[in-house]
Design a protein around this ligand. Sequence first.
Ligand SMILES: [Zn+2]
Length: 95
Amino acid sequence: MARAPREYVGDAVCPCCKHTVPVKQQANGYAILVCNWCDSKLQTFSAKGDALLRGAMTPVAATPAAPAAPPPRPPNPAQPAVRPGLGGLLEGLGL
Ligand SMILES: [Zn+2]
């Protein structure tokens, strides 16, 4: 059975080749760094090691906030917002 993909949590410098590589979170919650440049792996097995690796990485930027709602449109002075009586169909009929 295939394991679930690991969650990307940040970037860190590989201690072996000094390339910046992604840091992911293992299923046990601890961080792991796998370097595809030099084929090395830095895997943490405790809260202490996890804290050290996470402290050395640049965390993923928080998801950007949703854009603010656009400002309300000003009324169009050339066209009245509300037309009386059936959308203005009865205008001029003298009813
Ligand atoms: Zn490396």
